[in-house]
Design a protein around this ligand. Structure first.
Ligand code: GDP
Ligand code: IMO
Ligand code: MG
Length: 427
């Protein structure tokens, strides 16, 4: 029996998970998403093509790899259809390679409206949601009202849909939110027809059978550990467990069946949406990180907030996930900065700590930085890890020492090829 490896983001999302899943997929027979939904935007670049996936796993471009949308994922039929259409146009045999859990929940048009109504009612305290209906859909899941993929082929599906929509209409009335449902319903039911045409599976059986038959499985996380519903900066989080434990519940893999845990992080930090971000830079350096790193959301196009690497937060994420290997992304973006800073501790209410405080909002938390000498070299053309500047090597070694986990990949550009292996990746 093999074990499933898990790959996830250790920060606030957009770490470069999509790129690395695509790079690692040749080592795996199955790639499976376990949580989140179209709030995710996973970018892949190869052969001059740039592609953003939202719900479909990032192994979809490789021959011989089965891609599974697990039970923990929430699916918007409208966005899903668009993703499928785009892939078919690119010649991807989606029908053969994609399987969807019968237990995955559906995002209704009214879930999206409720997301918008909830955000509007919060005013300045809004979460900064991607407005894809994620929160309301997970609310209906835990509230035991949700509709699932397995329901769409049942004769009473329309009845169940109408019942839930009527419930949502009452909530929207409470919010005094005006809308026209007809604007979305046609597209939504078209999407349902596309979903019907795909392969529905009991993915927990499918994956466990695969593991028994010694197949290799990679679970692909969405969002990041600091957006986790339990451990993120609540309430400025997403509505699912983004950590390794989420792969257990979101795919039906027992904890004893988890193998490597691959933690992806950027060489600096970004966050999109509201919420605490102790190392955020509001100055020219922050602007430069955003410009050079092209830090604009893959799903919403919003500018990402940028700042220095936050080690207490990274250690926290590594602890929660049981990370066994680290991969550092966007190292190329740091080229040219005179000095690179890393937050090693916080000064919190006058005391030095590396624990994430319960209220880590705003002024009461001051990052304590260690400074590193920068480098001038362009890293994007480097093909061998031995060629990276010594200053970058020092930076990586410091992070490894602090976390006690090896950095096995250093990414130096968005393309598949711009990936430097530091040590053999154990798979
Ligand atoms: P994900 O959500 O974790 O899959 O990440 P996103 O796709 O939302 O954001 C990562 C962005 O950085 C994408 O535009 C990638 O193409 C890009 N990217 C990934 N790795 C690197 C890298 O090493 N260097 C640079 N410059 N860009 C990268
Ligand atoms: P990937 O998988 C970055 C953020 C939103 C908002 C909060 C809640 O591409 O890394 P939601 O729509 O889930 O209710 O929004 O979470 N967020 C992400 N930020 N990357 C993501 O996904 C995100 N998915 C959600 O900006 O702050
Ligand atoms: Mg993203």
């Amino acid at each position: 029996m093999t074990k499933a490896d898990v790959l996830l983001g250790l920060q606030w999302g957009d770490e470069g998970k999509g790129k690395i899943v695509d790079v690692l997929t040749p080592n795996y027979q199955i790639v499976a998403r376990f949580q989140g939904g179209p709030n995710a935007g996973h970018t892949l670049e190869f052969n001059g093509i740039k592609h953003v996936l939202h719900t479909i796993p990032s192994g979809i471009f490789h021959e011989g790899c089965i891609n599974i949308v697990g039970n923990g994922v929430v699916i918007d039929p409208i966005i899903f259809k668009k993703e499928i259409d785009a892939l078919i146009k690119m010649g991807v045999n989606v029908k053969e390679k994609l399987k969807i859990s019968r237990k995955a929940h559906l995002i209704l048009p009214t879930h999206k409206l409720l997301d918008a109504a909830s955000e509007a009612s919060k005013g300045n305290d809004k979460i900064g949601s991607t407005l894809k209906g994620i929160g309301p859909t997970y609310m209906d899941k835990t509230g035991r009202n949700g509709l699932r993929i397995g329901d769409i082929t049942k004769p009473d599906f329309r009845k169940k849909y109408d019942f839930l929509v009527a419930k949502h209409a009452q909530l929207l009335e409470f919010h005094k939110f005006s809308y026209n449902l007809a604007d979305f319903e046609n597209d939504w039911f078209e999407g349902i027809e596309v979903l019907k045409s795909l392969d529905h599976v009991d993915s927990e059986y499918y994956i466990n059978d695969a593991l028994i038959n010694k197949k290799t499985v990679l679970a692909e996380g969405a969002q990041g550990s600091l957006l986790d519903i339990d451990f993120g900066s609540y309430p400025f989080v997403t509505s699912s467990n983004t950590i390794t434990a989420g792969a257990c519940t979101g795919l039906g893999i027992a904890p004893t069946r988890i193998g490597e845990v691959i933690g992806i992080f950027k060489a600096y930090c970004t966050r999109v949406g509201s919420g605490p971000f102790p190392t955020e830079l509001f100055d020219n350096t922050g602007e430069e990180l955003r410009r050079i790193g092209r830090e604009f959301g893959a799903t919403t196009g919003r500018p990402r907030r940028c700042g220095w690497l936050d080690l207490p937060a990274l250690k926290y994420a590594a602890m929660l996930n049981g990370v066994t290997q680290l991969m550092m992304m966007k190292s190329d973006v740091l080229s040219g900065f005179e000095t690179i800073k890393v937050c090693t501790h916080y000064n919190y209410n006058g005391k030095t700590t590396d624990i994430i405080p319960y209220d880590s909002i705003g002024e009461n938390i001051i990052p304590v930085y260690k400074e590193f000498k920068g480098w001038k070299n362009d890293l994007t053309q480097i093909e061998n890890i031995e060629e990276i500047p010594e200053e970058l090597n020092n930076y990586i070694k410091f992070i490894e020492d602090q976390l006690g986990i090896p950095v096995v990949i250093v990414s130096v550009g968005p393309d598949r090829k711009q990936t430097l292996k530091r040590e053999r990746v154990t798979v």
